[in-house]
Design a protein around this ligand. Structure first.
Ligand SMILES: [Zn+2]
Length: 245
């Protein structure tokens, strides 16, 4: 194994998952910190729009309630989801500096996290679109969880339902953070080694998927099209820089 491969492996197996977890934990914590506000919203809207409870409400009342609730949840969560891409940009910029040190090289050019976020597509979606999609998923989960028990409605129960919906969002948030960091690390690494060729390195163990395994070891010239990373959720692949001789 070359030194570049060794270092790349260390980054990929230790730094990448660690940083992704750190980001995801931050986002999840921020979500949890909105719990009280979300419960208060539900209580207010139930009292004002469903005075006789969900079952006795007309279809129009139910629809109005759900619209208001969905809009309110999105409003409460918006600042958190708007902060996601900027936080990822900053993390990727820091990683770029760290990786340069770790490889023992001086970065040939500065690296901009926002350029990365604007130019990358992860499974055909920009990070902005990912964050927006995640915001919709989480909001919808909270709306659905609350609606399911509206007639037995008590404050402690609603509080618990909202809490469970927030907890159920953790996996999606983790996957988003992982995807962002894997993509960002790849962009940062490319900017550290301009003109190098790239050797595809899959993490080979019992969990490696067939697609990634089939590409393992393949070398791509710098100007040659190559699969972009991550290739799928939880992808642990990386491109190892290979000097062109
Ligand atoms: Zn992979």
């Amino acid at each position: 194994m070359t030194e570049l491969e060794q270092k790349t492996q260390e980054q990929q197996e230790i730094i990448v998952p660690g940083l992704a977890k750190l980001l995801a934990d931050d986002w999840q914590q921020e979500l949890e910190s909105r719990h009280g506000e979300l419960v208060a919203l539900l209580a207010t809207l139930t009292a004002s729009l469903l005075p006789q409870g969900w079952r006795k409400a007309s279809p129009a009342q139910r629809a109005a309630f759900l619209d208001e609730h969905r809009a309110g949840v999105k409003r409460i969560l918006a600042p958190m989801f708007e902060g996601i891409v900027p936080a990822a940009e900053k993390a990727v910029e820091q990683l770029h500096g760290f990786m340069g040190n770790h490889y023992g090289i001086t970065p040939p050019a500065p690296f901009s996290g926002s350029t990365w976020a604007k130019s990358t597509l992860i499974a055909e979606h920009s990070p902005q679109e990912w964050a927006a999609k995640q915001a919709d998923t989480v909001s919808e989960r909270i709306v659905r969880a609350s609606r399911s028990r509206l007639d037995e409605d008590t404050l402690p129960r609603n509080s618990k339902l909202v809490k469970d919906a927030i907890a159920a969002s953790e996996e999606g948030i983790n996957l988003m953070a992982q995807a962002f960091i894997v993509s960002g690390v790849d962009a940062a690494r490319q900017s550290l080694f301009p003109g190098f060729a790239w050797k595809y390195r899959a993490k080979m163990d019992g969990y490696t998927c067939g697609t990634c395994e089939a590409t393992h070891g393949q070398i791509f010239q710098d100007n040659q099209p190559r699969p972009s990373l991550p290739r799928h959720p939880r992808c642990r692949c990386a491109y190892v820089p290979v000097p062109v001789v």
